[in-house]
Design a binder for this molecule. Structure first.
Ligand code: NCD
Length: 350
């Protein structure tokens, strides 16, 4: 459900001068909004598949309420004071783990980190046992990143605290999909993406980012072109979209140059080298699928470049484009904290 806060809109225009009264209204307003958001009804955030367009919009609206806090314009309110959020990260991460931690701490929660290399999973403990033990210590939420697709879902069936998926194998990465959608909404001025065309380029088959985006973007009305070599882009990828009307808007294209000038957003992906043990990456990959300066030149006026990070500079993106005027990469990172604040507050604040 949408909510808009008058006081926040006022506050946004007055950096560092927020009155206590306005801040209190902001806090109450956020809590009121959060308590009625329908997306949080399942008690977990496991994926974007199945969420409706209004639910996605509501999540972005929620996140936008927190952006002034992330940007330092408004002081944080301790909506989650006294709560403990556990980060269970069994796969490497820079952005997502720090972003969840910053988000939780901005909300006044304490964060405990359990990382793969130091967890008992290295002694053979199962994912569910590890998570159940953390839950038994009385934490208030578990943020999970793991190599097993479906791991967070499984955990959610065995613990009685909210579980937030921070990326599970090749399945989903819902907060990344949301922060990408928020960035696109800010750039285009609308999250109703009917008639808009978005290219996702690279290692589509291995990418949980691609999957979450595919669900979010098609639900919001976009046409999505999946671009990459045949080895990395399964032709039957559209089967992932349950709704037949949405499925028709997903196409596969192996020629990047055929779509580059005809899209509103290009979302570049990293090759997931860690998921390609025995599959060679095509030798001409950089030449055919790298976003170099010449290709970026051919993009439509105002078309933007996104990348979830980490960027392999010189592979999928050259420096000029990664740091150039079309790049929204750092805006994505900022938005990530706001999205995660909204997710944590939506599931935990009451
Ligand atoms: C992505 C991930 O881990 O799935 N990164 C991220 O969370 N920012 C993409 C990637 O690793 O390439």
């Amino acid at each position: 459900m949408n909510f808009r806060l008058g006081p926040l809109e006022v506050l946004c225009g007055h950096s560092n001068n927020a009155s206590n009264v306005s801040r209190l209204m902001l806090c109450i307003g956020i809590l009121c909004g959060m308590s009625t958001t329908t997306w949080a009804a399942t008690g977990h955030l496991l994926g974007l598949e199945g969420l409706s367009r209004p639910q996605l919009h509501a999540m972005l609206d929620d996140a936008e309420q927190f952006l002034p806090v992330v940007q330092g314009v408004v002081d944080p309110e301790p909506l989650l004071a006294g709560r403990v959020v556990a980060n269970l990260f069994l796969e490497n991460s820079t952005r997502t783990r720090v972003s969840f931690s910053v988000a939780a701490q901005r909300l006044g929660a304490q964060v405990v980190d359990l990382l793969g290399s130091t967890s008992s999973s290295t002694k053979g403990e199962s994912l569910v046992d590890t998570a159940a033990n953390i839950a038994a210590m009385g934490v208030d939420a578990i943020v999970v990143r793991c190599t097993a697709s479906g791991g967070p879902q499984l955990i959610s069936e065995h613990v009685d605290v909210p579980v937030l998926n921070a990326g599970d194998g090749m399945h989903e990465h819902p907060t990344q999909g949301l922060l990408d959608l928020l960035t696109i909404r800010q750039h285009l001025g609308t999250a109703d993406l009917d008639g808009r065309r978005i290219a996702i380029v690279g290692d589509i088959g291995s990418s949980r980012v691609a999957r979450s985006n595919l669900h979010a973007l098609t639900t919001c009305g976009a046409d999505v072109v999946l671009v990459g070599p045949a080895e990395l882009v399964p032709t039957d990828f559209e089967r992932l979209i349950p709704n037949e009307a949405d499925r028709g808007r997903v196409t596969v294209q192996h020629d990047f140059d055929a779509v580059i000038s005809d899209v509103d957003v290009v979302m570049m992906l990293r090759i997931q080298f860690e998921r390609h043990e025995d599959q060679a990456i095509p030798e001409d990959y950089i030449e055919r699928y790298g976003l170099n300066a010449a290709r970026a030149e051919r993009m439509a006026d105002g078309a933007a470049v996104l990348h979830p990070g980490p960027v392999n500079r010189g592979v999928e993106l050259v420096n000029e484009v990664a740091d150039g005027p079309r790049s929204l990469i750092l805006q994505q990172v900022t938005n990530g904290v706001a999205v995660r604040m909204a997710a944590l507050a939506g599931l935990l604040a009451s």
